[in-house]
Design a protein around this ligand. Structure first.
Ligand code: PEP
Length: 252
């Protein structure tokens, strides 16, 4: 059985006090009512990591960052390294998110470098891929995703792939209210698993969690998660509301 995961990407929301309070209320919720089937992961801004790490002591919630530097250490003003993230108690980092690709011009090569650094620092990587609207309309979505896998991920060894969770996030569905249909999600997740199988073999492909992201909410999560190759979700907007996020975590 593959691991089911619901990860909340808080993006650049909530100041420190608000973030700690919100994490505390989720910790209380999941301590009393653990998400039976899913690993819940919170991915707050960097400044929250150490504080939240102290709050989520019951082990029902895991912690991740939203990015890391592309170098291990040194004179890189304003950057936060994978090792620093690991030292807060976080276990995961999101890399390759479409907002990083678009606003900060991160390409597959850079994302690959960050991915290797993160893994070597002991972090699991939530590796995001997905096509933009015009690419889907032009029927290019499989090609784009294939390229992102090949250039961003496939230099990893089979052992390193164990540290990866893939998040398929069609960019046209992120924060737009548009969601891929469950069949569209399944079609792409199956494709991704086939690519991994071709490269790393069946055992590796079968173990790999592949999450869906893009306007996932309580009203659509159960149907999307019911698809055989969908192993959970990377949640943006709905991760900022306790009722929505907890409902999604229970949607399996
Ligand atoms: C995301 O940014 O990873 C995401 C899935 O956002 P939203 O759920 O708001 O579409």
């Amino acid at each position: 059985m593959r691991k089911k995961i619901v990860a909340g990407n808080w993006k650049m929301n909530m100041d420190l006090a608000e973030g700690l309070k919100f994490a505390g209320s989720l910790e209380k919720y999941f301590k009393e009512k653990p998400a039976e089937k899913a690993q819940v992961i919170l991915c707050p801004p960097f400044i929250h990591l150490a504080g939240i790490s102290e709050i989520i002591k019951h082990g029902k919630i895991a912690l991740g960052a939203q990015n890391c530097a592309s170098d291990a250490s040194g004179a890189y003003t304003g950057e936060v390294s994978a090792w620093m993230i690991k030292s807060t108690g976080a276990q995961y980092v999101i890399l390759g998110h479409s907002e990083r690709r678009t606003y900060y011009h991160e390409d597959d090569k850079l994302i690959n470098k960050k991915t290797l650094l993160a893994i070597n620092s002991g972090l699991k990587v939530i590796f995001c891929i997905g096509e933009v609207k015009s690419e889907r309309e032009a029927g290019q979505h499989f090609l784009i995703v294939r390229r992102q896998l090949e250039e961003g991920l496939f230099s990893l060894t089979e052992e390193q792939i164990d540290m990866i969770v893939i998040a398929y996030e069609p960019v046209w569905a992120i924060g737009t209210g548009l969601t891929a249909t469950p069949d569209q999600a399944q079609e792409m997740h199956k494709f991704i698993r086939e690519q991994v199988k071709e490269k790393y073999g069946n055992d590796c492909a079968k173990k790999l969690p592949i999450l869906y992201g893009g306007s996932c909410k309580p009203s659509n999560a159960a149907e999307i998660f019911s698809k055989p190759d969908v192993d959970g979700g990377l949640i943006g907007g709905a991760a900022l509301k306790k009722e929505d996020f907890t409902a999604i975590a229970e949607a399996f």
